[in-house]
Design a protein around this ligand. Structure first.
Ligand code: MOS
Length: 731
C-alpha cells in the first residue's frame, strides 16, 4: 500500500491544510491582541536575587513585565505521575526565587507588538546565585533513586519479574551482556507551543495547542484557583506534537494573569530555542541487557536494567520492560528501573517514549543472539513467538507479529540475504546491509464521549473526546460515520479538542482511535435507534430525521471503558488521565510491527543511507488507510532520525542543551529518506473494542532504529550501542 488509489478515501482536512485554511491556536487573533515573550534564566541551577526590568519597561509599547506571581494566588499544577496533577512538571515558574533549570522563565513581558515583546524580554536582566549543575546521568551531583519508598508512589513505575531470570541467564548456553546509551531528544514539532488567552468577563477562553484540552482546563482551574466551569480550552488542530503538548505548560497561567491585569487578550508563541530548554523532552537513558538462549536460539532469559534521567523536582516514571517482556515467549524476565535526578525541566513522553529505546537495546541483542547461534534473524524471531503474554499468562487479544515478519520478509526479498557481515556489496564497493527488528506497543483505550447529531437537511456532526495532531483522528472519525451511514466522509463535521462540547481526555499513547471510534460507534447505534432505522445499512438521513417530526436528533454515548468504570468517568470529567491497558480482564493487548531495513555505507567516508524500509503493521482493523499509512511512514522517518541524526547535547557547564535549533538538532531531510513500503495485516481485534482497532502511531516507530542498526552491523560487522549513531561511530 503506497498511496491512496484513485477514488480512495482521503484526509478530510487535506484541502484545508494544503490551502492554508486550517487554523492553529496561534492563528487566533481577537481584537486588541497583545503579544508576550518570556525572559528565561541563564543559569542552570540556583536562585534569582533580583530581576531588573527597568530597561524592558522602557521599550515603547511594553505594557507589563511580570516577574512574580505569588501575590496572585497562583499555585503549582501538580504532576500526574505522583498524584492528581495537570502540569508537565510540578514546578510553576515565577512563584519563588528558585531556578531549577536553564531556560526557566524569570519574567513574562507583554507588549503591543511582538517586536517590542521580544526586544523587552531580551533586556530583562537578573542577578543570580548560581549553583553547580548536573545535566547528565554521570554528572557529579546527579542523584539516582531506585525502586522503594520514594518510587513506590509513582504511577506506572514498576519493576517486573517473571520466573527466575538470574538463574536462567546463568544457565544459558549462549549469553550476551550489553550496555546501551541513549541521548536525550526533543520533539521538534513543526507548530511551536502557542497560546492565546482571552477573558470574556468571568470566563477564560484559551486557544492552546495541546493534546489534552481537558488537563489544560482543569490544570488552569487549579493553578488560578478558578471553577473549571469558567474555563474553556480549544485546540481543534495541532501542528504536530509527538508528546510535547501532553499536559499544561507552565507559561499558560502567567499569560492568563497578564491578560486579566491588562484586560486584553494575550498571545504567546514559544521561540524554537526556548522549546529546547523550557519544555519537556525524551530523557537520556542507559540500558543493560543480559539475554540468554540455548544453542538453537531459543531465548531462555532476559534481564533489562535501566536508568533514566528525570528532573530534580519530579519523578518522570519509566516503563521500559513493559514492552520488551512481551516481544517473545521468554519465561524468565527481570526488568528493574532507576531514575536519576538532574537539573532539567521534567522530561516527558516523546513518541514511543519507552518502547523506542527499550526495543533498540533489546532487538539489538536479539540480533546478536541470532549471529551467535547461526540462526537467521527472522527465523529466530518466529521461533520465539508466543501466543500468551509471558508476564500475565493471559492470551493476547490479537497478535500477528509472525504474519508481520513473514509478509515483511517476502516484500523485502529477505531470502536473498547472505548472512555474513560485509558479504553484500554494490558494484562500486558500497557495503549493503539488511536488518530486521520487531516492535510492539500497548493497545490502550481511554474513556471517551461522542455527541452525534443529524438534522432534517441530512447534515451530520459529531463532537468527540480526542485531539487532531495531524495523525488523522478526524479522518478516522468521519470515515467511521460515513461507512456506517452510507454517506460521504466529507459530509461529516467532526469536532475535536474542544472542552465546550464534550469532556476531553489526553490523546496520546496511541489510544486515540481506540478511544474515539468506540464512542462514535456507540453513538451511531443510539442514533439509528432514535431514528427507528435498522442497525446496519445505508440511511436516508434527511428523510429519517424528518420522519421523527423533529428538526434535529442529538445522541450522546460513552465508551464501554467509561460506561463500566465510574472512576474512569470521574477522571475524564476532572481532566485526569484514565487509560486502560495493556492488561485487561482475561487478555493483554498490543499492536505489533516488523521492520526490514536496507542500509548502504560508503567505503572510506562511512556515510550511511537508509535506502529502503519495509514495515508491516498489526494495528487491528485499519480505520483510516490513508492516514494510517502516513503515520507509519512518519514513524519510519522518525526512526531514521532517531538512529542517525537526532540527539540533544547537554551543556555540562551552564545547564540546558547546546543544540537548540533545527540547524543543530538535526532531523532527517528528504534526501535522508529512501523508499518506504508499508503494509497492514488489517485483521480486526474484536476483543478490544467493537471496531477492532488498536493503535498505529507509536508502534510505527518502535523497532525502526534496531532494524537500521542491525542492517549496519550486517553491512560493516560493527555493533552500535549508542543512539544517535554518528559518522565517527561508523567510520
Ligand atoms: Mo504520545 S508520546 O503518547 O503523544
Amino acid at each position: 500500500m503506497n498511496g491512496p488509489a484513485p477514488g480512495a478515501p482521503r484526509r478530510v482536512d487535506a484541502y484545508d491544510k494544503v490551502t492554508g485554511r486550517t487554523r492553529y491556536s496561534g492563528d487566533h487573533a481577537p481584537p486588541g491582541l497583545l503579544h508576550a515573550m518570556l525572559a528565561t534564566a541563564t543559569i542552570g541551577r540556583g536562585r534569582v536575587v533580583e530581576v531588573l526590568t527597568e530597561d524592558a519597561l522602557a521599550v515603547p509599547g511594553v505594557r507589563l513585565v511580570l516577574t512574580r506571581l505569588d501575590q496572585d494566588r497562583v499555585r503549582p499544577p501538580g504532576f500526574p505521575m505522583t498524584g492528581a496533577g495537570y502540569g508537565f512538571q510540578s514546578l510553576q515558574p515565577l512563584l519563588d526565587d528558585r531556578i531549577a533549570y536553564r531556560g526557566q522563565p524569570i519574567a513574562l513581558v507583554v507588549a503591543d507588538t511582538l517586536l517590542a515583546a521580544v526586544e523587552a524580554a531580551r533586556l530583562v536582566e537578573a542577578r543570580y546565585l548560581a549553583e553547580p549543575v548536573a545535566v547528565t546521568l554521570d554528572a557529579e551531583g546527579a542523584e539516582t533513586v531506585s525502586q522503594g519508598a520514594e518510587l513506590g508512589r509513582v504511577a506506572r513505575f514498576a519493576d517486573l519479574e517473571v520466573g527466575d531470570a538470574d538463574a536462567a541467564f546463568a544457565a544459558s548456553a549462549v549469553r550476551i551482556d550489553a550496555m546501551f546509551d541513549f541521548a536525550p531528544q526533543h520533539h521538534a514539532p513543526m507548530e511551536l507551543l502557542a497560546t492565546v488567552v482571552e477573558w470574556h468577563g468571568e470566563r477564560l477562553v484559551v486557544h492552546e495547542c495541546t493534546q489534552n484540552t481537558g488537563a489544560v482546563r482543569h490544570g488552569l482551574a487549579r493553578v488560578l484557583g478558578l471553577d473549571p466551569a469558567r474555563i474553556e480550552v480549544i485546540s481543534p488542530q495541532v501542528g504536530g506534537s509527538f508528546g510535547q503538548k501532553t499536559w499544561l505548560q507552565p507559561h499558560v497561567a502567567p499569560l492568563a494573569v497578564a491578560a486579566a491585569r491588562l484586560g486584553r487578550p494575550v498571545k504567546f508563541v514559544m521561540p524554537r530555542g526556548q522549546t529546547f530548554l523550557a519544555a519537556s523532552f525524551r530523557p537520556a537513558s542507559r540500558h543493560r541487557i543480559r539475554m540468554g538462549a540455548d544453542a538453537s536460539g531459543r531465548l531462555t532469559a532476559a534481564i533489562q536494567e535501566t536508568r533514566q534521567q528525570t528532573s530534580r523536582h519530579d519523578l518522570f516514571a519509566s516503563d521500559y520492560p513493559a514492552v520488551t517482556s512481551r516481544l517473545y515467549g521468554i519465561g524468565h524476565f527481570r526488568g528493574t528501573q532507576h531514575l536519576t535526578r538532574t537539573d532539567v525541566p521534567t522530561p516527558g513522553f516523546m513518541r514511543a517514549p519507552f518502547e523506542h529505546v527499550s526495543t533498540f537495546a533489546f532487538e539489538s541483542v536479539v540480533d546478536e543472539i541470532a549471529c551467535a547461534t547461526g540462526r537467521d534473524p527472522v527465523e529466530l524471531r518466529l521461533a520465539n513467538d508466543t501466543a500468551v503474554d509471558p508476564v500475565t499468562g493471559n492470551p493476547f487479544s490479537s497478535r500477528h507479529l509472525a504474519a508481520c515478519l513473514r509478509r515483511g520478509a517476502e516484500l523485502f526479498g529477505w531470502a536473498a540475504r547472505t548472512p555474513a557481515p560485509g558479504s553484500m556489496r554494490d558494484e562500486d564497493g558500497t557495503a549493503v546491509g539488511w536488518g530486521v527488528a520487531a516492535g510492539a506497543y500497548r493497545a490502550s483505550a481511554a474513556p471517551g464521549v461522542a455527541r452525534l447529531s443529524a438534522d432534517a437537511e441530512g447534515r451530520v456532526g459529531v463532537d468527540v473526546t480526542g485531539h487532531e495532531m495531524g495523525q488523522g483522528l478526524g479522518t478516522a472519525v468521519a470515515r467511521t460515520i460515513a461507512l456506517d451511514l452510507g454517506i460521504p466522509a466529507g459530509a461529516v463535521r467532526v469536532g475535536l479538542g474542544d472542552t465546550r462540547q464534550v469532556p476531553q481526555h489526553l490523546t496520546a499513547g496511541s489510544w486515540g482511535t481506540a478511544t474515539a471510534l468506540p464512542a462514535v460507534h456507540a453513538a451511531l447505534r443510539l442514533l439509528r435507534d432514535r431514528l427507528g432505522v435498522p442497525d446496519a445499512g445505508p440511511v436516508d438521513l434527511a428523510a429519517a430525521v424528518a420522519a421523527t417530526g423533529r428538526p434535529r436528533i442529538v445522541v450522546e454515548a460513552v465508551t464501554r471503558a467509561a460506561a463500566q468504570s465510574a472512576k474512569a468517568l470521574d477522571r475524564l470529567h476532572a481532566g485526569l488521565s484514565a487509560p486502560a491497558g495493556p492488561e485487561y480482564p482475561g487478555f493483554s493487548a498490543f499492536s505489533f510491527i516488523a521492520h526490514f531495513a536496507e542500509v548502504r555505507v560508503t567505503p572510506g567516508t562511512g556515510r550511511v543511507r537508509v535506502s529502503r524500509v519495509v514495515s508491516v503493521v498489526d494495528c487491528g482493523r485499519v480505520a483510516s488507510p490513508v492516514t494510517a499509512l502516513s503515520q507509519v511512514r512518519g514513524g519510519v522517518v522518525w526512526g531514521i532520525g532517531a538512529t542517525l541524526r537526532e540527539g540533544s547535547e547537554p551543556d555540562p557547564r551552564y545547564g540546558g542543551f547546546l543544540n537548540t535549533d533545527l540547524a543543530e538538532y538535526v532531523i532527517p531531510v528528504h534526501a535522508d529518506v529512501g523508499r518506504i513500503e508499508v503494509d497492514f495485516i488489517d485483521e480486526p481485534d474484536p476483543r478490544l473494542n467493537a471496531l477492532g482497532v488498536k493503535g498505529a502511531g507509536e508502534v510505527a516507530f518502535v523497532g525502526v532504529a534496531p532494524a537500521i542498526a542491525n542492517a549496519l552491523h550486517h553491512a560493516t560487522g560493527r555493533r552500535h550501542r549508542r543512539l544517535p549513531i554518528r559518522l565517527e561511530d561508523v567510520m
